[in-house]
Design a protein around this ligand. Structure first.
Ligand SMILES: Nc1ncnc2c1ncn2[C@@H]1O[C@H](COP(=O)(O)OP(=O)(O)O)[C@@H](O)[C@H]1O
Ligand SMILES: [Mg+2]
Length: 255
């Protein structure tokens, strides 16, 4: 059982605070989305949870243990991280990228178990057939899944992803989100930053809506509504119901 708790978290790169008084908690099986405009602090929050950035004030706790008292290897065995997608120009195979995820467990050479776990993840993510391809020979979707595979090979309880669907076409966005949903069903706590409010509503059970470094509001699907979207994004939207889903439609003057 893993519970993540963020308490009174503040962070600043220089003098001005970029994260202010962040409070939330999440549990295994939760699919949490962090939404909010560019620059509202989503990436910084994710990096603070993962201890890539060291927060100055407040607490990040996993099962009541502060991440400050955890080593980098312990963090890596508990929290997987998929950074915002860059361009993969390096000539490393998918297999080696996913194997890299075993680093928090491995000594100087991978064991039979490390190799087996790597193969299992490649199969699970449908990357088996292209495992020997280089990262720069992949489509966006395959590249993203490979980096997710690397994070999963750390066998984390919590998976953080920074805009994992942003550069993907709709089919691959759905593919990645379905993989993540499957993980939450098996007990993983997934937290991701995402811009598409409609996809957020389709997949998550918890929403954190950020504005200017603060949590503007948080809760269930009701968090995304005409008022909050207008207050946070400064645009007007209509919400309509389609089957059992809520769809957010920006109001424009184009027609
Ligand atoms: N390395 C950095 N140094 C200084 N300021 C930064 C750095 N990274 C981000 N910021 C600032 O912190 C704020 C939050 O950024 P970020 O967390 O990247 O937001 P988001 O991911 O929501 O777009 C922004 O004002 C941004 O300019
Ligand atoms: Mg960001």
């Amino acid at each position: 059982m893993k519970k993540l708790k963020v308490k009174d978290l503040w962070f600043s790169y220089s003098k001005t605070p970029v994260l202010k008084e962040i409070n939330f908690s999440a549990d295994k099986n939760d699919f949490v989305v962090v939404v909010g405009p560019n620059g509202s602090g989503k990436t910084t929050l994710i990096k603070c949870i993962n201890k890539i950035l060291n927060h100055k004030n407040g607490l990040v706790q996993v099962d009541n243990i502060s991440t400050k008292s955890m080593s980098q290897n312990e963090i890596a065995r508990t929290i997987g991280y998929v950074p915002q997608r860059g361009y993969y120009t390096f000539t490393t195979t998918i297999f080696d990228i996913v194997l890299m995820g075993r680093k928090p467990y491995a000594g100087w050479k991978p064991t039979e178990t490390d190799l087996q776990k790597t193969s299992a993840i490649l199969e699970e993510l449908n990357l088996g057939d292209i495992a020997m391809r280089n990262m720069h020979q992949l489509s966006g979707g395959q590249g993203q899944l490979s980096i997710i595979g690397r994070a999963l090979n750390q066998e984390p309880d919590i998976l953080l992803l920074d805009e994992p669907t942003s550069s993907l076409d709709i089919k691959h966005q759905i593919e990645v989100l379905n993989v993540l949903k499957g993980l939450t069903k098996k007990g993983m706590l997934v937290i991701l930053a995402i811009h598409d409010l409609n996809l957020a509503l389709r997949y998550c059970n918890k929403i954190i809506m950020m504005k200017e470094g603060e949590i503007f509001t948080q809760g269930g699907l009701e968090v995304i509504n005409e008022k909050t979207v207008e207050a946070v994004y400064e645009i007007k939207v209509d919400l309509i119901k389609h089957n059992n889903d809520i769809i957010v439609i920006p109001k424009t003057n184009n027609h």
